[in-house]
Design a protein around this ligand. Structure first.
Ligand code: F6R
Length: 611
């Protein structure tokens, strides 16, 4: 984050960092320029609270001034210790830099600096940028930053200050986010609007390979060669309350409870005049009609939403759909051509693995449709068509409401394709959409399980491991349930296709091992339902403790469930929207019972902008 204006920069930057901490919490640091040639830096490994304790210890008087910047780190190069924390300074201490991303040619730059006698104080790639800027600085910070950016390879956002220019902050971006906030007599820079939403909703989006200089009176944008650029202003369409806990113990629970609203927002406006409409379509309708194969690419939770998409899109469009981890996609030479549609799903729109998959697909002439929760992020910018999930900001590091929103958006993509290709009549598309419109209420109903799941979580908190089973669309739900538990409760968890159990994993079953089973509807998928009952019998016979998520009124499961969690009956393809809810709560509450920070699980960050 960067700031210059009429308020004390330290306070503004610390408030901003508090709202950005979900992006990384390995260390935090601030730099403030006093206007008389002084540039003070404080930084500390660990959470922002450690930095604040350090500031209390050393006193805040040395950090007074109206220009400053700050950083929270998710470590890539160099351990999360004090000396690797940002801001980094050059040897004179007059230039300070914070950096997100990875400078890929840093080894070469470092060697060059060392050969020139520069002693580097950290193990980071980022520090090289501070020395490089300082070495060529001749009174024009923006010019120096542009020159350095032309030498850097990789993905980066840099924010730079210099003691000789105390009224400005300069920043640059390539494939890593950066937005400007425009206030009255003050200007902000941040990776995410959440940092300055308290002060202004007027924002400006920076494009690829651009440099911005902010002063208290405004901003100026150029490309890396100094050519002026007209940047795109926008209004942030949510306010501070969306980024606050609002009485909840932790953000994730708030976001779980916001799911009905998030779903409604994802669907809103996408059915007009009897047709499904996307947010941005830079593709001719004919291109959608010509699609003969679909790849869905994404990571983590977004990938699990993509696995659900495969079932829906194939069913509605009769097109072959492959769902692939974005980090694997471009390394295996997938068969792509102009009639391939690649659906790239990313909450942040910044995930480096997914972005590279998008770039690879476009190089091969495939069409790319992005599903994204962040307006104007890099992935939608580089795609041919976009569907925004409009789920609002998600601060908890583990994805919840954006997962459900992604699933809903996937359904819209499936219906849009079915409509374009004529595999569904308009009235069928309308009927499916109206079924989707009933889902926010169904999810609200599923939230009625929170109290019961919370109690169950306390009972399971000391388990060594938990397994999750499902079939058909219940399989991705099982995978997601296991991922949530791993990342939040640091408990060993695995999701399996229930039919696969007997081919190996059943050997894991031992007495009292908790196994969560996601049941299909007995009406919608009667055959699958009875097969899953057999699978439960197999594990019950071996002593497992069964926790069964089943449709309300499904009495046949009762003898198979040591613990039954009932969710409302909905059409089969839409079941993940309701059956995921108790699993999200289970993971969060087990984590809480074990004393962990639900919103900031260890080693993770919300936006993974490195490959
Ligand atoms: C898990 C989680 C991650 C993300 C993944 C992709 O709770 O949040 O697995 O889903 O890192 O992130 P996006 O959707 O931003 O591309």
């Amino acid at each position: 984050m960067g700031y210059t204006g009429h308020r004390p920069a330290l306070d503004v930057v610390l408030d901003g960092l508090r709202r950005l901490e979900y992006r990384g919490y390995d260390s935090a640091g601030v730099a403030v320029l006093d206007g008389d040639g002084g540039l003070a830096v404080e930084r500390k490994a660990g959470r922002l609270a450690n930095l604040e304790a350090r500031l209390d210890e050393v006193g805040r008087d040395t950090l007074t001034g109206g220009t400053g910047m700050g950083h929270t780190r998710w470590a890539t190069h160099g351990a999360p210790i004090d000396r690797n924390s940002h801001p980094h300074r050059d040897t004179t201490g007059r230039t300070a830099v914070v950096h997100n991303g990875i400078i890929e040619n840093f080894a070469q730059l470092r060697a060059e600096l060392e050969a020139d006698g520069v002693e580097l104080a950290s193990d980071t790639d980022s520090e090289t940028a501070a020395h490089l800027v300082a070495r060529i600085y001749d009174g024009d910070l923006a010019a120096a930053v542009r020159t350095v950016c032309r030498r850097l390879e990789g993905a980066f956002t840099l924010v730079v200050t210099h003691a000789d220019e105390p009224d400005k902050v300069v920043a640059a971006r390539r494939s890593s986010p950066l937005v400007v906030g425009v206030g009255v007599g003050e200007t902000f820079l941040a990776s995410d609007v959440a940092a300055f939403i308290e002060h202004t909703r007027d924002a400006v989006e920076l494009g690829q390979d651009q440099v911005v200089t902010i002063t208290k009176d405004g901003y100026e944008v150029t490309d890396f060669h100094g050519e002026p650029v007209v940047a795109k202003p926008f209004q942030v369409n949510w306010d501070l309350s969306a980024a606050e806990k609002g009485g909840h113990d932790y953000f994730m629970l708030k976001e779980i409870e916001e799911q009905p609203e998030a779903l409604a927002n994802t669907l809103r406006g996408h059915f007009a005049d009897g047709r499904i409409v996307l947010d941005e379509q830079r593709l001719a309708d004919q291109d959608l009609r010509d699609v003969d194969k679909v790849f869905v690419v994404a990571c983590g939770t977004a990938y699990h939403s993509g696995l659900v998409a495969k079932y829906a899109i194939e069913h509605w469009t009769r097109l072959p759909v492959e769902c692939e981890l974005a980090s694997e996609f471009r390394y295996r030479d997938p068969v792509l051509d102009r009639d391939t549609l690649v659906v790239a799903i990313s909450q942040s729109g910044e995930t480096a693995d997914t972005l590279e998959a998008v770039r690879h697909a476009r190089e091969q002439k495939a069409r790319v449709l992005a599903i994204c929760n962040t307006n104007g992020a890099q992935i939608p910018r580089e795609s041919d068509a976009v569907l925004y999930t409009h789920a609002g900001p998600e601060i908890g590091v583990a994805a919840t409401k954006t997962f459900l929103a992604q699933i809903a958006a996937n359904y819209l993509v499936g219906l849009a394709l079915a409509q374009a290709r004529g595999t569904k009549y308009p009235d069928e598309v309308a009927r499916e959409f109206h079924e989707l419109e009933a889902m926010p209420a169904a999810v609200q109903h599923a939230l009625g399980t929170v109290g019961q799941v919370r109690e169950l979580a306390r009972e399971l908190a000391d388990s060594k491991a938990i397994l999750f089973l499902g079939r058909h669309v219940g399989f991705p739900v099982a995978l997601e349930g296991a991922l949530k538990l791993k990342e939040l409760a640091y408990m060993h968890a695995e999701g399996f296709a229930a039919g696969e159990l007997k081919h190996g994993p059943i050997a894991l079953i031992e007495d009292q091992l908790p196994v969560v089973v996601v049941m299909p509807s007995p009406k919608g998928r009667a055959v699958l339902h009875s097969k899953l009952l057999s699978n439960i019998s197999e594990i019950q016979a071996r002593g497992a403790r069964t926790i069964v998520i089943a449709e309300e009124g499904d009495d046949t499961v009762k003898p198979f469930a040591d613990h039954l969690i009932e969710v409302p009956a909905v059409p089969t393809l839409l079941q993940p929207l309701v059956s995921s809810v108790p699993l999200q709560v289970l993971a969060a509450e087990i984590a809480r019972s074990r004393g962990y920070d639900v919103d900031k699980p260890r080693n993770l960050a919300k936006s993974v902008t490195v490959e």
